[in-house]
Write a protein that binds this ligand. Structure first.
Ligand SMILES: Cc1cc2nc3c(=O)[nH]c(=O)nc-3n(C[C@H](O)[C@H](O)[C@H](O)COP(=O)(O)OP(=O)(O)OC[C@H]3O[C@@H](n4cnc5c(N)ncnc54)[C@H](O)[C@@H]3O)c2cc1C
Length: 267
């Protein structure tokens, strides 16, 4: 696969203007015409919009079949009828995110990923892998920001002593490290289970919620410890403050994750 070899950029095109958390509510249609799918509709908030060579698109292929009526289709972004508009995000500005339009986009039926009409189930499985990304990387980036903040708190002197020597700030640093360490252990638990081939749906859903909230707490606390310099773009705490805000929304909002956990725990 060129994308796995790092030769091509892919995008996951699931969310639509009218359906995000409720994936089953998507409306983009792919209709079979001989050996081709003909695609019409739109997608929203898609990462890699401008840079993607191809999309992994989820479309409705049988509107009467419920969860068995969706298909994942590879759509090269140079296909006629495809266009996009970029969106102006508050954070994560190093990546592009946009609105996609499909106007009679024709791709061969051989571009179908996996089985036709099993796309919803395949997409849900893919989301588990996707959610592992913030779970694995989150504690690492939070720890790095903590280290930078500790360094600052040990060097910055106010009222005759370093910030870190004031108990209220020392406790903030300790409380953050407790959360980061707990997050790291949750991440390790998910990794161990995934490597062992176990179902990680419960663990990764819980970990995603915990780690996204931990990061937002760490980011806002670090901004506070940096003071005015924490409110300046060049400070990593400022970047983290806006970038990490996405964590409780993207790739499955906290509330959606909690519904998944509740369902598994039969609550
Ligand atoms: C920067 C960025 C990048 C993204 N990249 C991609 C991408 O590459 N591909 C892609 O397909 N999508 C992408 N998304 C979309 C993202 O996954 C959705 O924004 C997210 O799933 C939420 O969907 P929504 O925005 O439609 O919000 P909605 O579904 O309208 O939900 C709004 C809010 O309602 C609440 N809510 C939702 N459901 C429930 C519930 N059951 N119970 C209680 N409260 C609930 C939550 O607080 C939620 O945040 C991206 C979004 C952003 C902002």
């Amino acid at each position: 696969m060129p994308a796995i070899r790092g030769e091509q950029v892919a995008a996951i095109a699931v969310t639509e203007p009218g359906a995000g958390s409720d994936v089953a509510g998507i409306k983009t249609r792919a209709v079979r015409d001989g050996d081709h799918w003909v695609i019409n509709g739109s997608k929203m908030f898609i990462t890699n919009t401008a840079n993607a060579d191809w999309l992994c698109l989820l479309a409705v292929t049988d509107p009467n079949a419920g969860y068995n009526g969706y298909t994942q289709i590879i759509v090269p972004t140079d296909t006629p009828g495809f266009s996009y508009r970029l969106l102006d995000k508050i954070g994560n500005r190093g990546s592009d995110t946009g609105l996609l339009f499909f106007d009679d986009v024709r791709v061969p039926v051989s571009n179908t990923i996996g089985d036709a009409n099993r796309g919803f189930q395949q997409q849900m499985n893919q989301f588990q892998d996707e959610r592992m990304v913030p779970v694995v990387t989150g504690p690492v980036s939070a720890r790095r920001l903590w280290e930078l903040t500790l360094e600052h708190a040990q060097q910055r002197v106010a009222f005759g002593k370093p910030l870190a020597k004031m108990q209220v700030n020392r406790f903030k640093l300790v409380e953050m490290m407790i959360q980061i360490t707990a997050a790291q252990e949750l991440a390790h638990r998910c990794i161990r289970k995934m490597v062992a081939g176990e179902d990680v749906t419960l663990d990764v859903s819980m970990a995603k919620v915990f780690i996204a909230n931990m990061k937002q707490y760490v980011a806002t606390t670090c901004v506070q410890l940096f003071g005015g310099s924490g409110y300046i773009w060049e400070n990593p705490a400022a970047r983290a403050y806006v970038d990490w805000r996405l964590g409780t929304i993207g790739g499955g909002a906290d509330e959606v994750m909690k519904e998944v956990v509740a369902r598994i725990l039969r609550i």
